[in-house]
Design a protein around this ligand. Structure first.
Ligand SMILES: [Zn+2]
Length: 394
């Protein structure tokens, strides 16, 4: 896969960050609004004007760029303004949010140009979920803009799945679903199908914003982490990589839905402690963003259940840092929206952080929005589609 363009789409990044060829630099400069016409491209990129003309001609030929008369500036011919045809390459991202399956169509400018969702009842089995995926696909595919190339379909999943066999092994939201063959759902389609981890997609956006080794820990319905290092490299591992929610906690023996007893999730995850800390404000299956709002205003400082959860999570975070030694630890999920929980976690983590005098240097809360994480899922597929178009335009 061509990852050269991964940094280019976001306007806050310097164009020199990625290694790009000159034609790609022209496209990205227009996409980022840095240049509006050929002469500005010549100046900004220090490329000869005849060469710029060749590249622009190639990019116009594959319809990635547009060039149209802009408003007349003074006398003479109207200037021609360059624009990007952001809908030239798009991808479809499926993602589970709360109790629903969502599908998004995303373009080169990170815009969500179509969005559909269907709620899937907790007792949904393989056949029910397969029908939902197909119905969503059929509803979104007819919204493909004319002239767009659909670069592929990504299923951004949580829970346990195997990206090499395309099997979605387990999701706590749909316990009757088991080993769902995602590729088989789209067997009649010619598009490339890939599975990616929702937490990895969120991590990718962190790495694009700050390119250094980062451990992203999610604490919500489940507990898991993702790790990546500079160069946007994300560790994939095996089929349940990062699922530390199922680490055993000594002295605990409450049954976990994974089949074991005394897992970290039995003392820290939303599914296990939600009722005891939020009472009637907790509805199992409710969106983590709604739960974050309920948690934010709750006084949890006297809750022994919450205190235990914070302690176990801080220890788990410290232990994972002993494996990867990241420069940065980022925590996402609803619990951290409670100021007391955040402070208690930071304090506890800080006590355990020092290792031979060395430390994980930064501890922050994730502020990546869900839409941006959807874009994180789309990026590798958009890159691939763009690379194919650019290599055609020789
Ligand atoms: Zn477990």
């Amino acid at each position: 896969m061509n990852n050269k363009l991964s940094a280019g789409f976001l306007s806050h990044l310097p164009i020199t960050r990625a290694v790009l060829n000159d034609k790609e630099r022209v496209l990205l400069a227009v996409l980022k609004g840095q240049v509006k016409n050929r002469s500005e491209a010549t100046k900004l990129l220090s490329i000869r004007s005849t060469t710029i003309s060749d590249y622009v001609a190639e990019l116009l030929a594959v319809r990635l760029l547009t060039e149209e008369p802009s408003e007349r500036a003074g006398r003479g011919r109207p200037a021609l303004a360059l624009g990007v045809n952001a809908n030239r390459v798009v991808t479809i991202v499926f993602q589970v949010i709360s109790q629903s399956v969502h599908t998004f169509m995303v373009n080169l400018s990170a815009q969500i140009i179509a969005h559909e969702k269907i709620e899937a009842a907790p007792d949904s089995d393989n056949a029910a979920l397969e029908a939902i995926f197909l119905k969503l696909y059929n509803t979104v595919i007819v919204q493909l803009p004319s002239g767009a190339k659909l670069a592929g379909i990504v299923c951004s999943l949580a829970g346990v799945f195997d990206r090499t066999t395309y099997r979605w092994i387990h999701s706590s939201r749909w316990p009757r679903m088991n080993n769902l063959d995602i590729r088989n759902i789209f067997r009649n389609e010619k598009y490339n199908i890939s599975l990616s981890r929702t937490l990895d997609n969120e991590l990718l956006m962190h790495l694009i914003q700050q390119d250094e080794s980062t451990l992203l820990l999610h604490w919500g319905y489940g507990v898991g982490f993702a790790f990546g290092q500079s160069g946007d490299k994300i560790v994939e591992g095996g089929y349940a990589f990062g699922e530390i929610g199922h680490w055993h906690i000594p002295g605990q023996d409450v049954p976990c839905h994974c089949g074991q007893k005394g897992c970290l999730e039995t003392v820290a995850a939303l599914w296990s402690i939600g009722h005891s800390i939020l009472g009637n404000d907790f509805q199992a299956g409710d969106d983590e963003e709604n739960i974050a709002t309920a948690l934010a205003t709750k006084d949890l400082s006297a809750s022994p259940v919450m205190q235990q959860a914070v302690n176990q999570m801080a220890t788990a975070a410290s232990n994972v840092c002993r494996v990867f030694f990241p420069k940065k630890l980022v925590i996402s999920g609803p619990f951290m929206k409670n100021a007391w929980v955040w402070q208690a976690f930071c304090k506890n983590f800080e006590q355990q952080n020092s290792f031979f005098g060395q430390k994980t240097q930064q501890l922050t809360m994730s502020h990546i929005s869900r839409d941006l994480a959807v874009y994180g899922a789309a990026i590798p597929v958009l890159e691939q589609g763009l690379a194919e178009l650019l290599s055609d335009a020789t």
